[in-house]
Design a protein. Structure first.
Length: 234
C-alpha cells in the first residue's frame, strides 16, 4: 500500500559512493528533506527513514562475502530499528527487515530492470510519486581509479524515467552519475572539440541557457548590472 504522505515529498537518497559527503554538506548548509533513504550501511553514519538492502540477509549474517561492510550490516540487521529495511526476503533474525514491494513497483511503473540496489530505491520513489529526489553517493565510476560498475547504466535509466515522469532530480555535484562532475566544456561529445564549444547552463532559476561558451561565461560588464537593485535595497 502506498504511503500517501510521500506524494510530492522531497527525499534524499544516500548511497555509499564518495559523493555521499555532499549530503553531509547539504545538512551543514541547512538543507532539509521530508525523508532520508539510505543504501546498505549508510544507516550507520546517518539517520534514515528507510533503508534499501536488497541482498538476502544471509549474505551478511552467515558469510563474510560482503567484506568490511559485514560488521556494520550485522549491527543494523539484528537490532530493532525505527525504520523499515527493504530486502528481497525476510529473516526471523532481522526484526526490521520487510519485503520490498516488488510486484507493486513493477505493476505501477511497467518496468523490471534492477541490477543493483539503488534502482530499487529509484523505482520505489517513482511508485510513491515523490516530487523531488536528491541522489548522493551513487557514483559507480571515478576519474582517478579504474572502476566502472555496470549498475551505473541501470541507475541512469531509472533517473531518466523519473525525470520524464516529472520528478525533479538533483545529483550530488561530485558524483559521476549523469556526468554531473564532468567539466561543462566536456559534457557534450563533438561540441567539446570546438574552439568555442556550445555550453548549456541549467543554474539560472531553472531556465535553460544554451549558447557559445564565450558568451555565457564572458566576464560581466557594467551594462549587466544597470537594471539590478543595489545590495540591501528593494
Amino acid at each position: 500500500m502506498k504511503h500517501e504522505h510521500l506524494k510530492g515529498a522531497k527525499v534524499a537518497l544516500v548511497a555509499m559512493g564518495r559523493s555521499h559527503l555532499n549530503y553531509s554538506m547539504s545538512l551543514c548548509n541547512s538543507f532539509e528533506y521530508d525523508e532520508v533513504w539510505g543504501i546498505n550501511a549508510m544507516a550507520i553514519p546517518f539517520k534514515v527513514d528507510r533503508l534499501f538492502m536488497m541482498d538476502p540477509v544471509t549474505r551478511f549474517l552467515d558469510t563474510d562475502v560482503t567484506g568490511k561492510m559485514t560488521g556494520a550490516m550485522r549491527k543494523i540487521l539484528t537490532q530493532k530499528q525505527d525504520y523499515p529495511i527493504y530486502s528481497s526476503t525476510t529473516d526471523e533474525r532481522c526484526p526490521s527487515v520487510v519485503e520490498y514491494p516488488l510486484e507493486e513497483v513493477i505493476s505501477s511503473t511497467g518496468l523490471c530492470y534492477f541490477n543493483n540496489t539503488v534502482p530499487y530505491a529509484l523505482g520505489y520513489a517513482l511508485y510513491q510519486e515523490v516530487g523531488e529526489l536528491f541522489i548522493y553517493g551513487a557514483d559507480y565510476s571515478y576519474s582517478d581509479v579504474r572502476v566502472a560498475e555496470p549498475g551505473r547504466a541501470c541507475t541512469e535509466f531509472w533517473c531518466a524515467i523519473l525525470a520524464k515522469s516529472g520528478v525533479k532530480l538533483q545529483i550530488a555535484p561530485e558524483s559521476s552519475l549523469l556526468d554531473t562532475n564532468v567539466a561543462p566544456t566536456k559534457k557534450m561529445y563533438g561540441y567539446h572539440l570546438l574552439p568555442d564549444p556550445i555550453h548549456v547552463d541549467f543554474s539560472k532559476n531553472d531556465e535553460v541557457v544554451i549558447g557559445r561558451l564565450s558568451n555565457i561565461m564572458r566576464p560581466p560588464t557594467p551594462d549587466d548590472n544597470e537594471d539590478l537593485p543595489e545590495i540591501g535595497k528593494a
